[in-house]
Design a protein around this ligand. Structure first.
Ligand code: ANZ
Ligand code: ZN
Length: 828
């Protein structure tokens, strides 16, 4: 054994051995219980930095740990490899094809990952941009189309003028493109959608079952789905037979309506605008086009709007109410029109103040009065009904029910449920994605490409420009085709699918990554899924997880799978910062794994990434931190150097401990087995698990130093040597393999079993008890753990040092806190 810890001399060797022996290949079926351990796969946009790596290291610890706990662990890897950056790089560099760029990056990442010693089953590697993968993404689209879950409609979409593409609402962050930060514009386009709204309720209900998910993620999903219960109320238009509906969660405020408001995008704006108001409405629309869509609806945003010239009739009292267009009304929510109650809704209040509209109080806070003229904000809380005809005097909550009932009886309205969730816009006017498998025939209209003709291959030969049209438009060979139904002339759809479609089903493909005749095998998939542990960034808390859950539910309804939630447990890790900022090339604060590995080895890198803090929190990379970890691994090595030769041939049956040193060492080992197991399995607290390993190391160093070599209990050292190596192996797998083989084992440590706690080892012969006199610690005494209270007090009072403080004094009280402390109170 080398005297010094020199990871460079053995890490590579072990990785090669694991690979050569196919150690991490997962049998499809096994007598062992399955454990599907999944990390969110990366987008191959370049080299990985240590921040990216955290996800994979955490996943690897769990995979290695679970194998030692006797599970058949599936731990696969792949690449979310379609997407914009590849195309943008192609446009920028002119001569590099997105495919070339992508595969080059994949090679780099694969190599990086391999150097980290992550235990993936590489036979199951997938890439969403490969034909044998996107064939099935297209197949899914066709299935969705057949079920009426994929449809096309013209709609105002979010358009990023810099990326030249449509963005889903979710990809717009406070009015800006999530990727490039450019202000997003509105554009009218024919687009493909997935009907996720059909699943709003199922997606909401399903959250209740997700006990293994963080609460914050569940809340974000709930808010995104945004369920509200309220009334749809029909309003007649004055001097017209037309009516329109509004959605309100507060029918109890119907008597307080003083104006109506339409979303600017609503087709009603055109029908209701009178001749006299045309000019003003046009001016407003021009003003509006300067306003950011997301800012204008945000809380507190400046209210703007215009009168249409038309009036509605309030069904409860026949009053004439002016109809406005207002910038804070969303077209996509409810009915795109509202009844405004400035006295009780803050946004309506602000609008009324801005346009000098009446404010009518219909709910009074109990025991108080409200003067509309003096109000500075809306009264949104509960209270007693006022100015509301026969409902006066009721509590507003009751009135809400009564008015709802009355509306239904009069056929003016009905209670309904609304969701904020919108359909999923999946068309992208870009090249590097899965082509949408639809052809447009002059006779038959839109026709899905039959399964036998899939995949619709992405042609290699395309021109990239920045016109914003799909680059596929220019490729005649691709566009011009024949209709699968009638054989006549047809044109292909030129849009490609949002990459979120690719990543919403990849966890299913890992089960049968090479299957050519089916997307997956039902029996195999039902055997492996749901995923037992999913690990990834919290930035995917809404979209990716929601889409994956949606796809799973649809496949379940199609009876292609038996489960209806894809991920049983979810862990979201925090990011690693450097110099107070996210790592990025442009900031020049990137720490590359290769540099660290060269200097300290892979195990030190892995251990430090895990030691840096609680894994769910963001943490700051610190160069002296990795130094400290390297020193710890050195101490581990140096301990083994001292005894490894001696224990090689020792048989381990029962370990007997006699001396105090032996007992302490064995107790520490078993205490830490208990703690480390709990930290890894129960709470993902790898940082404290590593602290536990440091404690064992310290105790072991102490033993080796303070007990003469000829008196070493070799069975005990063998036990410690074995259990410690096993416990550190998920974290520092190379070091543990090396130690394991130096201890004389022929088989890999990966096949070893996780140690069990020996409760007997935890017992203590003696307890340390603190003795206080008037609150000050004066000494400690040793007692046997089951000593009676009286006896403990007696020992404390007779202790030589304690005596000095109490002699000649009046002892008022002696209190014993079991196993901890004796407190003596004196006077005089
Ligand atoms: C009258 C009213 C009186 C309202 C009141 C609230 C308080 P949630 O809970 O988010 O579903 N609303 C309806 N559709 C809208 C749209 N497309 N754009 C903007 N606002 C809209 O909110 C429902 C409430 O938001 C509805 O109830 C409506 O205002 C408004 F004292 O109606 B309410
Ligand atoms: Zn046809």
């Amino acid at each position: 054994m080398e005297k010094e810890y020199n990871p460079g001399s053995f890490e590579q060797k072990w990785r090669k051995k694991w690979e050569d022996e196919g150690i991490f290949k997962t049998p499809q079926y096994s007598e062992k219980e399955k454990f599907y351990n999944l990390i969110m796969f990366p987008y191959p946009s370049g080299t990985l930095h240590v921040g990216h790596v955290k996800n994979y290291v955490i996943g690897d610890v769990i995979a290695r740990y679970k194998r030692m706990k006797g599970f058949n662990v599936l731990h696969p890897f792949g690449y979310d490899s379609f997407g914009l950056p590849a195309e943008n790089a192609a446009i920028k560099n002119g001569n590099i094809h997105p495919e070339t760029w992508t595969y080059k990056n994949i090679d780099i990442i694969r190599n990086q990952i391999k150097n980290l010693g992550i235990s993936y089953d590489w036979d199951r590697e997938i890439m969403t941009c490969s034909e044998d993968y996107y064939k099935w993404t297209q197949w899914l689209f066709v299935k969705f189309y057949e079920k009426g879950l994929a449809y096309k409609k013209k709609a105002a979409v979010n358009w990023c003028p810099s990326c030249n593409t449509v963005l889903a609402n979710e990809q717009v962050v406070s009015g800006k493109c999530e990727r490039c930060g450019t202000e997003v514009e509105m554009k009218q386009l024919e687009q493909w959608y997935f009907k996720i709204t059909d699943y709003a309720e199922k997606l909401l209900q399903g959250i209740e079952k997700l006990d293994g998910w963080p609460e914050n993620v569940k809340t974000m999903q709930k808010n995104w789905i945004g369920k509200s219960y309220g009334a749809e109320v029909e309003f007649k238009i004055e001097n017209s037979n037309e009516t329109f509906k509004v959605f309100t969660t507060r029918p109890d405020t119907l008597f307080g309506v003083t104006f109506m408001a339409l979303a600017p995008e609503s087709p009603l704006v055109e029908t209701l605008t009178t001749k006299e108001q045309k000019e003003e409405v046009k001016n407003f629309m021009n003003r509006l086009s300067q306003q950011d869509k997301f800012k204008r609806i945000a809380e507190g945003a400046k209210k703007d709007g215009v009168f249409t010239g038309s009036y509605a009739i309030n069904p409860v009292n026949g009053e004439k109410i002016p109809i406005y267009v207002a910038n804070y009304i969303l077209f996509e929510y409810g009915t795109g029109a509202i009844m405004a109650v400035p006295a009780h809704d803050q946004r309506d209040f602000e609008f009324a103040k801005e346009f000098d509209l009446p404010i009518r109080v219909v709910i009074l806070p109990e025991g108080k009065d409200l003067n509309a003229k003096e109000m500075t904000e809306a009264h949104v809380a509960e209270g007693i009904m006022l100015n509301s005809g026969k409902f006066n005097g009721m509590k507003n909550k009751e009135a809400l029910k009564e008015i709802a009932k009355w509306l239904e009886e009069e056929k003016i309205g009905k209670m309904t449920t609304q969701y904020k969730l919108r359909d999923w816009l999946i068309s992208r006017q870009r090249y590097w994605g899965a082509p949408i498998p639809i052809v447009y025939c002059e006779k038959c209209g839109a026709v899905p490409v039959p399964e036998k003709d899939l995949p619709v291959k992405l042609p290699k030969n395309v021109e990239f420009d920045e016109t914003g049209k799909s680059p596929l438009v220019g490729n005649k060979e691709f566009v011009e085709t024949t209709c699968p139904v009638c054989g006549g002339k047809a044109k292909r759809e030129v849009d490609t699918m949002d990459t979120f479609v690719d990543s919403s089903w990849y966890y299913l493909r890992y089960i049968n990554p090479k299957m050519t005749d089916k997307i997956f095998d039902k029996k195999d998939v039902n055997n492996w899924l749901p995923v037992d542990q999913y690990i990834g960034g919290v930035e995917h808390a809404i979209l990716h997880l929601l889409y994956s859950r949606f796809i799973t539910k649809v496949l379940n309804d199609m009876e292609l799978i038996d489960f209806d939630e894809p991920f049983t447990k979810l862990f979201t890790q925090g990011m690693i910062y450097k110099d107070g900022a996210k790592m990025s090339k442009s900031k020049g604060n990137v720490v590359s794994p290769e540099d660290i590995i060269k200097k300290y080895g892979t195990d030190a890198l892995r251990t430090y990434i895990l030691f840096i803090g609680p894994p769910e929190k963001d943490a700051e990379w610190n160069d002296s931190g990795i130094d400290g970890i390297y020193r710890f691994l050195n101490r581990v090595w140096n301990n083994y150097v001292k005894f490894i030769e001696k224990i090689r041939d020792i048989e381990l049956n029962t370990v007997e401990v006699k001396t105090k040193e032996e007992k302490n060492l064995r107790r520490k080992l078993h205490q830490m087995i208990e703690k480390i197991t709990r930290d890894i399995e129960g709470s993902f607290q790898f940082n404290t698990a590593i602290s536990g390993m440091m404690e064992i190391t310290n105790e072991l160093s102490h033993y080796l130093k303070n007990v003469k070599e000829e008196s070493w209990n070799l069975k005990l050292l063998k036990e410690v040597g074995r259990d410690f190596a096993i416990m550190i192996s998920p974290i520092a797998p190379h070091l543990s393999e090396e130690l394991w083989s130096l201890m004389g084992n022929n088989e890999t440590i990966l096949k070893a079993e996780w140690p069990k706690v020996d409760k007997k080892a935890l017992e203590v012969d003696e307890l340390k008890i603190i003795v206080q006199v008037n609150g000050k610690v004066r000494n400690t005494i040793m007692i046997s753990p089951d000593e009676k209270e009286d006896k403990v007090k007696e020992i404390a009072l007779n202790d030589e040092r304690v005596k000095k403080f109490i002699e000649g004094k009046n002892i008022v009280k002696v209190i014993y806190v079991p196993k901890k402390l004796v407190s003596i109170v004196i006077k005089g």
